[in-house]
Design a binder for this molecule. Structure first.
Ligand code: DX5
Ligand code: ZN
Length: 217
């Protein structure tokens, strides 16, 4: 069983209030916030002040995914913005252990993300301390890209390590998730499925959310 974390990046900016409260009323508990700096990834999205302005309007857990160079520079800003879970890319941190510790010290859940080309061994040493491991199933930067199926094998390996070592982290998959691959991602061990274009990017986004949530049961 897994939860859906719709990505705000795919929201219709003209109907944001309707979309956020509609998701919440439908039982959605997680909102995925994609933060992009135009340097680590070839796209710019929004920052901590923007997230802070959303905070009073929903009780959904803010699951922020930092696709920025040296994310340690922004950890405090996102804590102050009311983010509960902060995920950083292992490839973007010079001192990843320090950054994860900083996130935890500020009372947030700490997540580590791996790009499609990054092997599990790159995060092995921090697996005992993280609350979440995010497996990218597209290259980070944009909504609407094609799912990279190799991510399922990586998820399954992480799930196996988790159960063997008794680690408590959640597994998240992000990129190209839709009705055709959601069940396979859950079977491979995912607890949280991020969906951008397949939920808030869909014309009937509420029905799309419900259909995807049903696949994740
Ligand atoms: C990609 C982002 C994703 C994105 C997912 O860089 O991390 O969270 O919003 O969008 P879809 O589901 O359309 O691939
Ligand atoms: Zn994301």
């Amino acid at each position: 069983m897994a939860w859906i974390a719709p990505s705000f990046l795919a929201a219709d900016i003209w109907r944001v209030a309707e979309q956020i409260s509609g998701l919440e009323q439908a039982g959605c508990r997680y909102l995925h916030l994609d933060i992009m700096d135009g340097a680590y990834v070839p796209n710019i999205s929004f920052g901590a002040d923007f997230v802070k302005s959303l905070r009073p309007h929903t009780k959904m857990v803010f699951d922020a995914h930092l696709m920025v160079e040296e994310p340690g520079r922004f950890v405090e800003d996102f804590a102050q913005a009311g983010v509960e879970s902060l995920t950083v890319h292992v490839e973007a941190c010079r001192h990843v252990h320090r950054t994860l510790q900083q996130i935890k010290d500020l009372g947030m859940k700490a997540g580590i993300a791996l790009n499609p080309a990054t092997p599990i061994c790159a995060v092995e040493e921090v697996l005992p301390m993280v609350d979440l491991v995010l497996v990218m199933s597209v290259n980070p930067g944009f909504c609407g890209q094609k799912f990279i199926a190799g991510a399922l094998g990586k998820l399954a390996k992480l799930a196996e390590i988790r159960s063997r070592q008794g680690y408590p982290f959640w597994l998240q998959i992000d990129g190209g998730i839709n009705l055709d691959n959601a069940a396979a991602a859950v079977a491979a061990g995912a607890d949280l499925l991020v969906a951008g274009s397949a939920v808030l990017g869909a014309a009937d986004w509420l029905a799309a959310y419900k259909a995807l949530a049903a696949k994740a049961l």
